[in-house]
Every structure is written in structure tokens, then in C-alpha cells.
Design a protein around this ligand. Structure first.
Ligand code: DGY
Length: 326
């Protein structure tokens, strides 16, 4: 099919260069809203398109796919995580699903390092002192935090982002531990000087920081439940740049309040932007609004990936970032 004949519907406003390129290449229906569409609007735009470009926040579940009309052939997700898309049902209906891996890796890993430093080094409290005009000069005992160097980081999910965090953390003098479905090849393990833990529970009891970098799937939902959180040291910190659903947010909030955990630095939350208000009140937390991958460069590269996936698909080839059911 000629690219210009391909009808593409985009659910959210994208960076300008991405939209311009899409307009040049496809018959595209862009969105001028930074917010997700409601289900009725989504269903309306999907009826008339060959390709849907959703983002996180668009619930592309089984019933949506059932009602999505006959034209839809490709869901080219603008984002790497695809837990909002029922890939199994899409595939069963002959709809191909793609995502945008690799281009978010380094930005997300950079922010994970910022989060690792944030609570133990009391950055939020330091900033607050200045902003509130309460800083009266350097003092030997002021704002003492905890040393990062020499500590043990446990990475839960050692894919691309987990490994990029490990590379950075190693340069900070942090010892790398990890738990993953599959053990890394020994060459990679050695280059990161990392220790593999087949048992997540055993790793949790031994680390000073836990970085969550696994995808959200039925088997990782609440993987960090109250029982597992309790296995961690009272002096440990938890960092999440993956998906909020992996941690039981209420259990975490309770434990942070009762100082059963030293702190948490979170970029993602169990219910999107509906964050447990008690979590927001705590001093030993550092919270960000899902912005770990938010760089201009990364967002443009995500768009380029979406475009390549659509183009290859419409040229009759297998798109490079096809998501296969595993
Ligand atoms: C993704 O693409 O899945 C990210 O979470 C967006 O930041």
C-alpha cells in the first residue's frame, strides 16, 4: 500500500517534528490534546484507521480490540511499555503490535541514578531549606545523609534499562546484584561485576537499594508485596522507574511511615497520577511525575521508531519492533 493511502490515527499530541514527518508520510489524524482520549473518542477514531498510534494511558484491552472495527491492522505504540495493550487479543485478530524499545534506555537509566541519590543524600530536604529561606549556612551536622559508594544495588529486571543502570552504578562504586527471569551471559555479568540471584527473596534481604526495572505483567503485578518488602533491610531504599503496579503502594506507604524501610524514590505509581496521599506527605520519599524518559531527543526518537514501524508494515515487511506473544 502507498504510504499516503495509509490512515493513521494518533491518540495524543506528539512532538512537533514527529507530527510534521507523519503528515508528510501518511494520511494522519493527529490529536491536539496532551491528555488521553476517553474510550468513546478512542473507539470513534479507531473505526476509520489502518494504524492506531496509542500511548500509555490508552486502554487498548480485549473489548476495545473487539470493537475496533475491521480496518485496524497495526497498533504502533508510542512507548516501550505495552501493558496497556492486550497484545494476545490483538494478535488473535490479526493486528500487529509494535513499540519503541532502546531509545528510552539511557534517559531512564540517568533518572534512575538521580533517584538512587535523591533520598539517601536528602536532596529534597536540602532544596526545601533553600526555597523556604531556612538555610543559615554550613554546619558539620546539617542534612547528613548516607553514603552511596560501596553499597549494594539489587536490580529487579536486568533488561536493557536494568543493564544501563548497572553500568552507571558500577562507575559510582556501587556493587551490582540482580534478579531476572534469565541469567545474563557470563561475559555481560563479568563486565558489570554483577551477582545473579535466582531467588528474589534472598537478594532482597542483602541489598541497600532496590531498583525496579521489570515490565508490568500478570506475574510482576505486586511482585513487591508486603511480604517481600518486609524482607528488605530497614535501612534500604526502593527506586521505581518501571511501572507502579509492581509495588503494593499501600504496603510500601505503611512501611515507609513506620520506618520499616529507609526511603523510596518513585517515578511511577500504582494508579497513574492518583497517588496515595499519605505517600506524598512523607519526608523519606522523592516522587516524580513519570518523567524518567522525558527528553526531547528521546521523544523524537520514539516518534521516528513509530514511523519506521508503520512504514515497514505498510511496505509489506515485518516491522522492526514487533511485539511477539511470549
Ligand atoms: C514507556 O514508554 O513505556 C515509558 O514508561 C514512558 O515513559
Amino acid at each position: 500500500m502507498n504510504n499516503k493511502q495509509i490512515k493513521v490515527a494518533v491518540t495524543r499530541q506528539l512532538p512537533e517534528p514527529v507530527e510534521t514527518r507523519m503528515k508528510e508520510l501518511f494520511d494522519v489524524n493527529l490529536s491536539n490534546s496532551p491528555h488521553p482520549l476517553i474510550r468513546e473518542q478512542l473507539l470513534e477514531i479507531v473505526q476509520d484507521c489502518d494504524v492506531l498510534v496509542p500511548t500509555i494511558g490508552d486502554k487498548i484491552d480485549g473489548s476495545f480490540i473487539k470493537e475496533s472495527g475491521k480496518k485496524l491492522k497495526l497498533i504502533a505504540n508510542y512507548g516501550v511499555g505495552f501493558d496497556h495493550i492486550d497484545v494476545l487479543n490483538a494478535t488473535k485478530r490479526g493486528i500487529t503490535v509494535t513499540n519503541t524499545p532502546n531509545v528510552l534506555t539511557e534517559d531512564t537509566a540517568d533518572m534512575a541514578m538521580a533517584l538512587i541519590l535523591s533520598v539517601p543524600r536528602r536532596i529534597k530536604e536540602g532544596v526545601k531549606k533553600l526555597v523556604d529561606d531556612e538555610w543559615d549556612g554550613w554546619a558539620p551536622n546539617a542534612l547528613l545523609g548516607h553514603r552511596i559508594y560501596g553499597k549494594r544495588l539489587g536490580i529487579l529486571g536486568m533488561g536493557r534499562i536494568g543493564q544501563a543502570i548497572a553500568r552507571r552504578a558500577k562507575a559510582f562504586g556501587i556493587q551490582i546484584h540482580y534478579h531476572n527471569r534469565n541469567r545474563l551471559p557470563s561475559k555481560v555479568e563479568e563486565s558489570l561485576e554483577s551477582t545473579y540471584w535466582e531467588s528474589l527473596d534472598q537478594m532482597l534481604a542483602r541489598i541497600d537499594f532496590l531498583s525496579i526495572n521489570a515490565p508490568h505483567t500478570p506475574s510482576t503485578y505486586h511482585l513487591m508485596n508486603a511480604r517481600r518488602l518486609k524482607l528488605m533491610k530497614k535501612t534500604a531504599y526502593i527506586i521505581n522507574t518501571a511501572r507502579g503496579e509492581i509495588i503494593d503502594e499501600n504496603a510500601l506507604t505503611r512501611m515507609l511511615r513506620s520506618k520499616e524501610l529507609a526511603g523510596a524514590a518513585l517515578d511511577v505509581f500504582e494508579k497513574g497520577n492518583d497517588i496515595n496521599p499519605r505517600l506524598k506527605e512523607l519526608d523519606n520519599v522523592f516522587l516524580l511525575p513519570h518523567m524518567s524518559s522525558a527528553t526531547i531527543e528521546g521523544r523524537i526518537e520514539m516518534g521516528e521508531k513509530v514511523i519506521i514501524n508503520i512504514k515497514t508494515f505498510s511496505d509489506g515487511h515485518t516491522p522492526p519492533d514487533i511485539i511477539l506473544n511470549s
